[in-house]
Design a protein around this ligand. Sequence first.
Ligand code: ZN
Length: 459
Amino acid sequence: MPLLIKNGEIVTADSRWHGDIYVEDETIARLGQNLDAAPGAEVIDAAGKLVFPGFIDPHVHIYLPFMATFAKDTHATGSVAALIGGTTTFIEMCCPSRGEDALAGYLLWKSKADGNSACDYAFHMSVTRFDRQTQGQLRKIVADGTASFKVFLAYKNFFGIDDGELYEVLALARELGVIVTAHCENADLVAQLQQSLLAQGKTGPEWHEPSRPESVEAEGTNHFASFLEITGAAGYVVHLSCAGALDAALRARRRGVKIHVESVLPHFLLDKSYAERPGVEGMKHVMSPPLRDKRNQAVLWDALAAGSIDTVGTDHCPFDIEQKLLGKDAFTQIPNGIPGLEERVNLLYTYGVKAGRINLHRFVDAASTRAAKLFGLFPRKGAIAVGADADLVIYDPAYRGTVSAATQHTNNNYNGFEGVPIEGRPSVVTVRGRVQVKDGVFVGDKSRGCFLKRNPSFF
Ligand SMILES: [Zn+2]
């Protein structure tokens, strides 16, 4: 059924105007003023609302075996949570472990999502081992439309690769025109510091941050940048958390290294004091890189406003309270991760746009358009333009609410942002022209989501 969205204030990464959007056959067919609807078309009045391109979360974990357990969401729960929060596409980390076969892992991840997602999705393929067989498999995976890799400098012996493998992955990525996303913490430093702290009887969650301090991330970022420089590959630092790491990335960028930066929502809003709370309250906020000293927040916001931080993702990774308690005797056993897929857009709007830290265009760019461009989805996604997919978020800036586990759709029994007020939320969310969400309620098709094939970008 055609859809006409009337009288909205349409805001993209680079334009803002009042008008109508006419949707036919899953895509935007016309833009203009006073458009007429065909008989039978669904008409939505967006007066007083903002209309954004569907938001893209470039970094989520849905299916994830990790640290002796599994993250809590399924594609069914995670995709509905995403849509209620205005995210119409996410890019999931496909993460087979070092001992597993890459192609078998890729097919397993795809099968988990297939037919079970309400929003569109793509994958970053993690390369957790590099050998001849894996190289051949990666070529097949890229040909299948998964045109980005992920590497871990951290999580030694599980996801992590060594420097020789890192060089080989980047050389292959350069050849194939594939961007490589990277978790940048020096694994050996982390392992040494963890052992040293545990040996001193320092076992609580408050020791997680000191086991992977800012310098460990700055070193990892610099390390990754050096390898990008030498191989000529394009890279993307995931969940950058602190000034030192940002400095390393920007120094590399200034000398011509193709390096892009993502930060995730918790690092803008929460600081390490959350993980220093006693017992399980602290464990809820254990993630890597860890929550940092508060002084980093202003640095991240400024870099986001300037566009030096390209994107804001979540690293959504829900483990519940019972799972977090696996680490009650040692912080090294706490499953790392915090949810946020559902809250990202509303929190970034409230504490970024409404608080005057970023403008509306940078907001759309950081939460949608820039990720679409970096990962080969633009202009199909991340744009309001004729021919683009009709993934649209009609946003109600007058809404007032509070984040709470009691009302969330993510499958978890806590929320890291519990009690935080929000100003604004999606009123209507569409996926390729179909209304999926109305005022916080999922009303659509639970298997609407498609796997998005992406072409290499050749940066
Ligand atoms: Zn992650």
